[in-house]
Design a protein around this ligand. Structure first.
Ligand code: N5F
Length: 410
């Protein structure tokens, strides 16, 4: 019956697949399920009162503007605020180098739309952010996978891939999704230097940077690139930086941003015009209010303290309930950790049993664009309170023993 439509899908549409995470969200919305699946912030940490007050102020003082269409580039004061943040990070940016996007997810989609032709090769770390693959794949991207370890993408593995002249490299350097790994300072310097030598642009996706629990902040790749070039104004480097207010304020607000050379911003703006005309004006004004009032900074500190506790709870529960043959990362921040199970355990099979035990996670295979990773999985630790984390990991341990009795002796 629907053949009238299905026979007419574009080639890019046939490459589209549903996100394993979004599909799981449907299951995990049931209240008796403990979910380690979505990258959902802790709902109790949303600064609801402050947002309500700011919303009232904006509507009272500037209502007609907040409720109107606005420039595709974004709300000017918010662009200025982002530019100032970037200048503080030694990137000589003004509003010309800043585009406000509908979440940083839109930034990834616009990058795909603007840069990727069918057959283009992109270098990605393995595992990589699933929804980045979802953004790039419809445009016909092929992937060159560089392995990563506890210190992030392996730059020795990137070098030979650069020799193939890929279109760009995409990376999440800090508290990576899904692994939780952070690119070391030495590798950051090496990556930027290598990319410049080969003339390959880098897309730096940094939603989790501010959620640091311990250790010192490392320089953004875009800062290293700006320093390498020595631009005194108008950043023109080879690193495009994407970030978001989702993890430090609220993902429901859907406000993110891109910092890139002005000529790239112009192209991204053209691509965004047909996507949504503009990111919700009211939401941008809200984010701006909360940024200048210091509410975002206060909230970030609060959230980082809360997530550190939850990470510790999860690490303790894993030590208690997971078998010897399993290992996991110990992230210094962010929202995820990454588990590697004994070779012969398939995490998607484990998920079936886990759902039966009312606990959920995301299997690792979809984070591997070129196959592999069947015995890996991603656990989110930001959304559930410590007691629920203990209970959920205990359920997961039981699911492991129930489904794989020979691989996992009790
Ligand atoms: O800024 P926003 O909210 O659009 O976040 C997109 C995003 C971009 N880059 C990376 C590395 C990310 O991790 C994210 C957000 N990822 C969440 C996750 O669980 O992987 C999104 C979960 C929500 C969902 O898929 O419904």
């Amino acid at each position: 019956m629907t053949r009238v439509w299905s026979r007419r899908y574009a080639k890019r549409t046939l490459r589209m697949t549903s996100s394993a995470i979004r599909e799981l969200l449907k299951v995990t919305e049931q209240p008796d399920v403990i979910s380690f699946a979505g990258g959902l912030p802790a709902p109790e940490a949303f600064p609801v009162e402050e947002i309500a007050e700011a919303a009232q102020r904006i509507l009272r003082d500037d209502g007609p503007r907040a409720l109107q269409y606005s420039a595709t580039e974004g709300y000017r004061p918010l662009r200025e605020w982002v530019a100032a943040e970037m200048r503080a990070a030694n990137v000589p940016a003004s509003i010309e180098q800043v585009l406000i996007t509908t979440g940083s997810q839109q930034a990834l989609d616009l990058v795909g739309k603007v840069f990727v032709d069918p057959g283009d090769e992109l270098v990605v770390e393995t595992p990589t952010y699933l929804a980045a693959l979802q953004a790039f794949t419809p445009y016909g991207a092929q992937y060159l996978s560089a392995p990563s370890d506890a210190h992030g993408i392996r730059t020795d593995a990137v070098e030979p891939l650069f020799a193939r002249r890929p279109k760009l490299l995409y990376t999440v350097p800090t508290f990576q999704n899904p692994s939780g790994a952070t690119l070391s300072a030495a590798r950051r310097a090496r990556l930027v230097e290598m990319a410049a030598a080969h003339g390959i642009p880098i897309v730096e996706d940094e939603p989790y940077r501010e959620l640091r629990f311990q250790g010192r902040h490392l320089s953004r790749l875009i800062s290293l690139e700006a320093r390498r070039r020595g631009d005194s104004s108008d950043y023109r480097g080879g690193v495009l930086y994407a970030s978001t207010f989702s993890k430090v304020l609220s993902p429901g607000m859907r406000v993110g941003y891109v910092v890139a050379p002005a000529e790239v911003i112009v192209k991204l703006v053209q691509a965004k015009q047909s996507a949504d005309l503009n990111t919700a004006t009211f939401n941008q004004m809200l984010v701006y209010e909360l940024a200048v009032s210091g509410a975002i900074e206060r909230n970030t500190k609060k959230v980082a303290r809360l997530y550190a506790e939850r990470r510790d709870a999860m690490l303790a529960a894993l030590r208690e309930h997971f078998p010897d043959g399993a290992s996991w990362t110990q992230p210094d921040g962010g929202m995820f950790l990454w588990v590697t199970l004994p070779e012969d355990i398939d995490a998607s099979e484990l998920l079936e049993e886990a759902i039966a035990q009312h606990v959920a996670f995301v299997p690792g295979a979809p984070f591997h664009p070129n196959g592999g990773g069947a015995n890996t999985l991603r656990l989110n630790f930001s959304n559930a309170a410590p007691e629920r984390i203990h209970e959920g990991i205990a359920r997961l341990g039981r699911a492991l023993h129930a489904r794989f009795p020979s691989a996992v002796p009790a």
